[in-house]
Design a protein around this ligand. Sequence first.
Ligand code: TYD
Ligand code: MG
Length: 454
Amino acid sequence: MVEEVVEITPVPAAAHAGRGLGGRSSPRRLSEISGDFEARLPLSIGEFARVLGGGIVPGSVVLLGGDPGIGKSTLLLQLALEMAQQVRVLYVSGEESERQIKMRAVRLLRNGNGEDEKDDSGGIASMPEELLLVTETNLNVILEHVTEVKPLLLILDSVQTTYLPELDSSAGSVTQVRETASRLRELAKTSGVAVFLIGHVTKEGAIAGPRILEHIVDTVLYLEGDRFQSYRLLRSVKNRFGATSEVGVFEMRERGMVEITNPSEAFLAERMINAPGSAIAVTMEGTRPLLVEIQGLTSPTSFGNPRRTPNGIDFNRLLLTVAVLTRRVGLHLGEQDIFVNVVGGMAVSEPAADLAVAAAVASSMRNISVRADTVLIGEVGLSGELRMVGQMPARLREAAKLGFRTAIVPRRLRAIEPWPQGIQVVEVRSLRQALEQAFVDDGKGKDAASPRDQ
Ligand code: TYD
Ligand code: MG
């Protein structure tokens, strides 16, 4: 329990006067307001620009949230280094000393230590002149720095370490975080400086985490990924200037975050062809289709209740899929521990991956592999039926592009347009039929896919 002191007179009346978006407001006709798209600052980190919906909008406030150690400071320092080639950037850190940031910047520079490695991916060519650093946590002082330096881009690491001395509560409390963000929003809207805030997410309850800021800022980005895997997904969950649920894919390397422009290929790179217990799903991340490998492993339970251990998919969806496999397909999974893993540290929340999860588990159980050139797309219903999922053409085109030759998909009720070229589409009604189509013929023939012991 954290005590929150209610401020009776938090802001003097004088301060209130300047709180609108720049002095007094007056209503104007909609037709008279210029509707030109705001000029964005271009950004050469393509995956970042994609998530922002183009470049950086002047006067916007962007919140970047994510678990500690996931790479938030690294990504925004890269952004700062890159933007400082064009405009003045002020990087305020309350977490690291100026020396530490400099050391990180040197690490991010392509020829930072003079050594010339083979890996020339990522990195920025030279130390920019227009990047100013300061270690500061007092927001009033930060605002003074902004007035003095006049940057076009302000980066604040992090919103939890910044505080306003006139408020009683400690840095990181709900009051402080909310007030800090609103002040910065005013700054952005009145002066046109684009503000990037870093916010920490804590797994437990997220006290004063970015959640309370989501309505204050224009754009909320989350950086996600498994700390032990190198892939990072930058996801937009709110964006006043672009599409939401857009993702950018990065990989954390020696020299910072490197964008992955063809993520499906990266996720499938280590796949073992024709190994049982593996199936390829096509999920949609925003507007982008992503092929991911789903692995399943069944192993007889040695004691107690059988365990179900999903990694990267929802626990309850796994239970449902396993129940359908047991009851509608006739697989005896009751005395099996079941493990499911999404390769590459991805988290897949879409029901469209159900079919691939079911196939991976069934494949491991029967010890027959799924055809290597086949993708499986579809939601599994409780009666064992397959249900249609959205954006099928985009998924199929991506699969075709990566060389997959067959897609097993739910049957369409109405065929409005033909399926995309370049991939053979097999429509099936049920999970059982899908599995019959999915497995390789290895001599056991049809028997392999039909329930032997029902
Ligand atoms: P950091 O950006 O400090 O995370 P956050 O600000 O989200 O807490 O990144 C921390 C991790 O990233 C750290 O474990 C080291 C690793 N890292 C690299 O792998 N390569 C790099 O070039 C850099 C700068 C960091
Ligand atoms: Mg950090």
